[in-house]
Structure formats: structure tokens, C-alpha cells
Design a protein around this ligand. Structure first.
Ligand code: NAP
Length: 343
């Protein structure tokens, strides 16, 4: 049990979100496969996780229109599944308890306007997301990736209209370039449109690129950062130290296994040893590191964690009670700096 869940305002808004956000890109899965050979999502296990999340006061949930829960990249037979599962599970609760984030841009249909950030695609996809989630509004709607083929002002005006119509309460972006974020913020100001309150970006002990690029922009505009892949997709856990477990992400995807070089595994082993010395787990150390950096960087950072088992969630929640001293921070950053991306 976490001592007491802390809530923070999401960027410049009055929206209160828990210190930890639960992601749904990958959900718990079964060994049973569907007619396409893709593992099925374990809805019961996800229900257990959501129950615990609610009991602990976690109110912040991240999804996207394209997510499936057990497949990535997602083919068009499987898009929308994570929103559907989440929608089903949310029925157990009062919708108003939650802050639900979803995203738009990725391909949802084969036709020319089946992807992107045009007004047409956004207007179609918000209706679809609301249906799948079985709700009448989304708290925070994010552009998932940039769409260079659509004028930014068209996207911002479409998002603004969604807010005005009450279908979306707040907006933000994900994976936009630093210049793109600035341009969007300035255009919104110039045209008096609703502007972003958050950006969702990859951030973890093994990938700190945004510290130099997007953190200064977030600080300038008061945007909150939703830090995705805080455990580097599972690399910052001990799971790969003894091989690649069945149904793990490195088994399910084509990319993660490439990081598991001898040298990188040594980095993870050393970090794991430090965690043991501190009597915490490696995932707890990695999440606590992000929460520590938030103070140092002077910007709100909320880790968006993914879990495929109830035990993972329990483990990760306990990170909220872990405090790291400066010596430890220095030590783990020096070790993590030896980690290399695959070529
Ligand atoms: N905006 C974007 O473009 C974007 C991109 C990526 C993610 N996201 C969002 O961010 C969320 C989190 O991303 P992520 O799933 O990559 O995050 P992550 O927290 O870095 O990795 C999650 C994976 O780590 C493993 N794991 C988690 N806790 C564990 C524990 N205590 N012990 C052992 N293993 C543990 C699980 O791997 P196994 O599944 O192998 O068991 C889990 O699926 C996503 O669900 C999604 O909502 C957004």
C-alpha cells in the first residue's frame, strides 16, 4: 500500500492527476491466441490491476486509438482493442473518478483519410474512441505523432472545436519535434485557441534525450511531461538477466531483443545490484529516479508505466515511497550512461 497518493496539476490546468499514470499499450495477455495468431488480452488480470489502481488512488490512465494490448505494430484487424478493453473495465466504476488520455494520428483504416491529423480524421476518430471507451468525453486528447502533411493550424482548430463541443477537455501532443511544440503553442496563442497542457515523451534512465531538447520547452510553457516507457519497455527490470521469458515484450516485438547485448545486460545487472543494496527493486529504482529528476529539472513529470502482470503493478506502485540520495543518483547515472542503443 502506498502511503498516500499524491496528486499534481497537469501542467497549467486545474486537472488533478495521480503521481503515476497507468498505460495500456501492452496489457496482460493470455497464452491463448485469436484467429490471427495474436495473443489475447487477459481482461480479468487487467480488471484486478484497475481495482488495485483505484484502491491506491491512481486516477490517471493512458491509451491510444491504435493500441491493441498484445501486438505492436498493430495491424488494422487489431486496432482499437485496448480502448475497448479499457471501456469495458471502466464500467465497474464512476467514470468521473478517472482522467482518461487517448491519442489520434496513427492509421485506423486503409483509405487516404484513415490516418493523420486532418480535421476529417480527428472528427472521425474522436467519435470512434468515445464509442470504444463507452464514454461521452475524453479528459486529455493527444496528437500521437506529428503529421507533416496537415497544416498545424487545421489540427489545432479541430482540437479546439472538440474542446468547445465538450468531447475533449484538454489537449496535448506526443512525439512532436521541439520546434513543432513551440510552433503549436505560439499558433494557439496567436489565434486564441485552446493550447496543450502536456506533452507525452519517452524518458527513462537509459534514454534522457528530452532533457536537452523538450524539457526546457515544457518548463517555459509550464507543460507537464507524461514520461512514457519509464522502464525502457521492461529493460529496466531484472527479467532479461536470465534469458527472454515467454510472452515478454522482447518475445512479442521485433525491436526490444536487439538491446539485449552482453554489454547492455551488464549495465542492467549493475543497476540491479544497486537496487538490491538499497532494498528496492530495479523498476522501483528506475521510477524513483524519474520522480527525483522532476525536482532537479523543474518540470512536472508523470511516469506512464505499463504492466503485464498484477505483481508488476504492485512492485511499481511502491516506487512512490522510494527516495534516492544524490550519491545514488550519481552512481546509477554513471552506470546507465554505458548503455548503448543497437545500430
Ligand atoms: N506516446 C507514445 O508514443 C507512447 C509510446 C510508448 C508508450 N506509451 C504509453 O506509455 C505506457 C508505458 O510504456 P511502456 O509500456 O513502454 O512502459 P514501461 O513501463 O517502460 O515498460 C512496461 C513493460 O515493462 C515490464 N514491467 C513493468 N513493470 C515491471 C515489473 N515491476 N517487473 C518486471 N517487469 C515489469 C512489462 O514487460 P512485459 O510486458 O515484457 O512483461 C511491461 O509491459 C504505454 O502503455 C502507453 O500508454 C506512449
Amino acid at each position: 500500500m502506498v502511503q498516500e497518493m499524491e496528486y499534481v496539476n497537469l501542467g497549467p490546468s486545474g486537472l488533478k492527476v495521480s503521481r503515476l499514470c497507468l498505460g495500456t499499450w501492452f496489457l496482460p495477455r493470455l497464452s491463448e491466441v485469436d484467429e490471427y495468431g495474436v495473443p489475447k488480452v487477459d481482461v480479468d488480470e487487467f480488471r484486478r490491476i484497475m481495482r488495485r489502481a483505484v484502491d491506491e488512488g491512481l486516477n490517471f490512465i493512458d491509451t491510444a486509438n491504435r493500441y491493441h494490448g498484445a501486438q505492436s505494430p498493430v495491424d488494422l484487424n487489431h486496432v482499437g482493442n485496448a480502448e475497448r478493453v479499457l471501456g469495458k473495465v471502466l464500467k465497474d466504476y464512476d467514470r468521473e473518478m478517472f482522467v482518461i488520455v487517448t491519442k489520434v494520428c496513427g492509421r485506423m483504416a486503409p483509405w487516404p483519410n484513415g490516418a493523420g491529423l486532418s480535421r476529417k480524421h480527428i472528427m472521425w476518430q474522436i467519435k470512434q474512441s468515445l464509442q470504444r471507451l463507452q464514454t461521452d468525453y475524453v479528459d486529455v486528447y493527444l496528437t500521437h505523432v506529428p503529421d507533416p502533411s496537415t497544416p498545424k493550424l487545421e489540427t489545432l482548430r479541430a482540437l479546439n472545436d472538440l474542446v468547445t463541443r465538450g468531447l475533449v477537455h484538454y489537449i496535448g501532443s506526443s512525439n512532436e519535434s521541439p520546434e513543432g511544440i513551440v510552433e503549436s503553442m505560439e499558433l494557439a496563442k496567436l489565434y486564441n485557441l485552446h493550447s496543450y497542457i502536456t506533452i507525452q515523451e519517452r524518458y527513462n534512465l537509459l534514454d534522457r534525450e528530452i532533457e536537452k531538447t523538450k524539457v526546457p520547452i515544457a518548463r517555459h510553457y509550464g507543460l507537464a511531461i507524461m514520461a512514457y516507457s519509464p522502464l525502457a519497455q521492461g529493460l529496466l527490470t531484472p527479467k532479461y538477466l536470465k534469458g527472454v521469458p515467454e510472452l515478454s515484450r522482447a518475445k512479442l516485438t521485433s525491436w526490444l531483443g536487439k538491446y539485449l547485448t552482453k554489454d547492455n545486460l551488464q549495465v542492467i545487472r549493475e543497476l540491479n545490484e544497486i537496487a538490491k543494496e538499497l532494498d528496492v527493486t530495479l523498476p522501483q529504482l528506475a521510477i524513483a529516479w524519474i520522480l527525483h529528476k522532476e525536482k532537479e529539472l523543474g518540470v512536472t513529470i508523470i511516469p506512464v508505466v505499463g504492466v503485464s502482470k498484477y505483481e508488476h503493478f504492485e512492485d511499481n506502485l511502491a516506487a512512490l515511497d522510494v527516495r534516492l540520495d544524490e550519491d545514488t543518483i550519481e552512481k546509477i547515472e554513471a552506470i546507465a550512461a554505458k548503455f548503448r542503443k543497437p545500430r
